[in-house]
Design a binder for this molecule. Structure first.
Ligand SMILES: [Zn+2]
Length: 523
C-alpha cells in the first residue's frame, strides 16, 4: 500500500507551511527519543537504572515541550491559517487544524508541570510494580494521590471543554479535559450515552451464558509449548497478518504494549507462558493490530505531521481489537491457525478440532483481571474504571477509598469477591503512569471495531474464506485504505460515519457478541 494520495505536496507553494512542517518534524524527532527511553524502561532496563531514567525522561519531556510550544510555531500557524494556498488544500488544512489543537494544549501547560509529571509518572510506575507484587495498596496510595492532583492541575490548565452538542443536553466536566487528550472531542456525557445501553444489553447476555447448559471446553488453552516454539509461532502469525519485521520488533514485557519510535521503527511486545501457549497469540494479534495501524500511517513522508498520526486511542484500539477479537477469535482464523500451531508448536495442538479451538477462543467467564477477560465481560471492567476515575477527579472518591469502591463494583458488576488488591485496583499500569481519562477508549474501540467489521463483511464478501487460507493482505489493504493512510484527517466519529454511514454506537458490538456467543452457548 502506497501513501501517494497522502504525500501529494500542497498544490501551491507556501513558505510558512513548509517551515511549520519542518519544526513539527524536529519536535517529533525529539519525542521519539523519549519514546525509546520509555520502551527501554519497560523491556530491558536494569531495575537500578530507574532513578536516572526518571531524570532522563523529565529532561527530555522539557526539551520536547519547549520544541512543541516554540513561539515560532505559533507565528507559523497564524500565517498558515491566513494563507490561501493552505486553505485551498484539504490535507494541509487538516494538518494546520490539528497542529493548532496540539499547540494550544501544549502552551496551556507550564514546562515545570510537564517535567514534574514526567518525573513523577516514571517513578510511580516503579513504585506500582513493587506495590503490586506485594499487593500493598498503602505503599501506592501516596503516589496515586500525587497523580490525581497532577491530573487535576493539568485539567484545570486545559480548562473544561465546550460541549459539542449542547442541543442534545450535553454537559461537560473537568474530567473531559483529560479524556479529550486520548479521544479528541469526546466527553464523558457522550461516552455514557454509549456505555449505558451497552451495559443494559451485556448484563443479561452474560447472565444467560453463566447459566447455559452448553459450555465449550478450554482445554486447548491449557496446552503448553516450549518457549522457542511459541516465539516462532507468534512471529509466524504476526508476519502472516502483515507486520513488517524490517520496520519493527516483537519483544517480551510483563505488560504487553506497542510503541512507535518513528518511521521504520514500530515496536511491540508480548508475553509467554510455558503452560498456556495460545494466550501469547491473542496478545500478539492485539499488539499487531496497533502496529499495523502505525505501519500504515504515512510516516516516512510525513513524520511529525497530524496526517501521519493516529486519530485517537479509540480508533487505535479498534484496530487492535479487530485483529485480536473479530479476526483472531473467528472460525476462519482458527481453520488456518490450528494446523499451523500443531506444525510449529507440536502435536499436542493436533488433537483438538476446529470447533474446540473456536469455542475455547470465545469462552466467557468473569475474571478479576481486565486483560484476561473475554470480549463480553471486558466492557464491564472498562465501565467500572471509567466511573471510578471520574469520581477521583471530581473529588467524590478519595484515593484511600479506592480499594473498597473497586471491590464493591467487582461484586455488583461481575459477581466476584476481590480479596487481594493485586487482582483488584492495583492490576493496571494506567493510573500509575499518570493516564487518567484513558480507559473508556478501550470499549469505544470495541464499538468502532464492530461497526467497521460489519462494513468489511459487506464490502469483502470473500474476506473470511480468504482468512481460512491465511490470506490477510486484502483485509489489511482495506483497513489501510479506509483508515490508516488518512492519519488525523478526520475525527474518530467522522471517520466512522464516512466508512459505515453511522456515528458511534453500541448496537454493532451487541450484534457481534450475541451473534457469536448465543450459538456457542446454545442460547
Ligand atoms: Zn490495545
Amino acid at each position: 500500500m502506497t501513501d501517494s494520495a497522502a504525500t501529494d505536496p500542497i498544490r501551491q507553494a507556501s513558505k510558512p507551511y513548509d517551515e511549520l512542517l519542518k519544526l513539527l518534524r524536529d519536535a517529533a524527532t525529539l519525542s521519539s527519543v523519549q519514546t525509546l527511553l520509555g520502551w527501554d524502561q519497560e523491556t530491558i532496563m536494569p531495575p537500578a537504572g530507574a532513578a536516572l531514567r526518571a531524570d532522563q525522561l523529565a529532561g527530555m519531556s522539557g526539551v520536547t515541550h519547549r520544541a512543541w510550544t516554540s513561539p515560532r510555531i505559533g507565528e507559523l500557524l497564524a500565517a498558515c491559517e491566513a494563507d490561501g494556498a493552505v486553505r485551498a488544500d484539504e490535507g494541509a488544512l487538516a494538518n494546520v487544524r490539528e497542529a493548532r489543537r496540539e499547540f494550544e494544549r501544549a502552551t496551556k501547560l507550564p514546562t515545570d508541570l510537564v517535567e514534574e509529571m514526567a518525573r513523577t509518572f516514571s517513578l510511580s510506575i516503579d513504585a506500582w510494580k513493587d506495590a503490586r507484587a506485594r499487593s500493598d495498596f498503602a505503599a501506592m496510595a501516596p503516589w496515586l494521590e500525587k497523580i490525581v492532583a497532577l491530573n487535576r492541575r493539568k485539567a484545570e490548565f486545559y480548562g473544561v471543554p465546550k460541549p459539542t452538542d449542547p442541543g442534545a443536553g450535553e454537559t461537560t466536566v473537568l474530567y473531559d479535559a483529560l479524556l479529550d487528550e486520548y479521544e479528541p472531542g469526546m466527553t464523558a456525557w457522550r461516552v455514557e450515552r454509549v456505555f449505558k445501553p451497552l451495559r443494559a444489553r451485556l448484563t443479561p447476555l452474560i447472565a444467560a451464558i453463566a447459566s447455559a447448559q452448553k459450555r465449550p471446553s478450554g482445554a486447548i488453552l491449557e496446552t503448553g509449548a516450549p518457549l522457542d516454539a511459541q516465539i516462532a509461532f507468534n512471529r509466524f502469525v504476526a508476519e502472516a497478518v502483515g507486520f513488517d519485521f524490517n520496520g519493527g520488533r516483537l519483544d517480551v514485557s510483563a505488560h504487553p504494549f506497542s510503541e512507535t519510535v518513528g518511521p521504520g521503527d514500530i515496536r511491540m511486545t508480548t508475553r509467554y507462558s510455558e503452560e498456556r501457549a495460545l494466550d501469547s497469540v491473542f496478545t500478539t494479534l492485539h499488539e499487531s493490530g496497533h502496529s499495523l495501524y502505525e505501519q500504515g500511517l504515512p510516516k516516512a513522508a510525513r513524520f511529525g505531521q497530524p496526517l501521519a498520526t493516529y486519530i485517537s486511542l479509540g480508533i487505535h484500539e479498534s484496530q487492535s481489537r479487530m485483529w485480536e477479537n473479530f479476526i483472531g477469535r473467528s472460525p476462519s482464523f482458527w481453520k488456518w491457525a490450528l494446523p499451523n500451531a500443531a506444525r510449529i508448536m507440536g502435536p499436542a495442538f493436533a488433537k483438538f478440532s476446529l470447533d474446540q479451538a473456536y469455542g475455547a477462543a470465545n469462552l466467557v467467564k468473569p475474571h478479576f483481571i481486565r486483560v484476561e477477560s473475554d470480549e463480553a465481560t471486558y466492557n464491564l471492567h472498562i465501565m467500572l474504571r471509567f466511573d471510578l476515575e471520574r469520581a477521583l477527579i471530581s473529588g467524590d472518591l478519595k484515593v484511600k477509598d479506592l480499594p473498597g469502591a473497586w471491590n464493591d463494583r467487582m461484586k455488583s458488576d461481575l459477581g466476584l469477591t476481590v480479596t487481594d488488591d493485586k487482582i483488584g485496583c492495583l492490576q493496571d499500569i494506567h493510573w500509575s503512569m499518570g493516564a487518567i481519562g484513558y480507559f473508556s477508549t478501550y470499549s469505544l474501540g470495541n464499538c468502532y471495531a464492530a461497526q467497521f467489521w460489519e462494513t468489511m463483511q459487506k464490502e469483502m464478501p470473500d474476506m473470511e474464506r480468504r482468512h481460512e487460507r491465511g490470506e490477510f493482505a486484502p483485509t489489511l489493504a482495506w483497513l489501510t485504505e479506509k483508515i490508516h493512510r488518512h492519519g488525523r484527517r478526520w475525527r474518530a466519529e467522522e471517520l466512522c460515519k464516512r466508512i459505515t454511514g453511522q456515528g458511534l454506537g453500541h448496537e454493532a458490538l451487541v450484534r457481534h457478541l450475541e451473534g457469536k456467543l448465543k450459538p456457542i452457548y446454545g442460547l
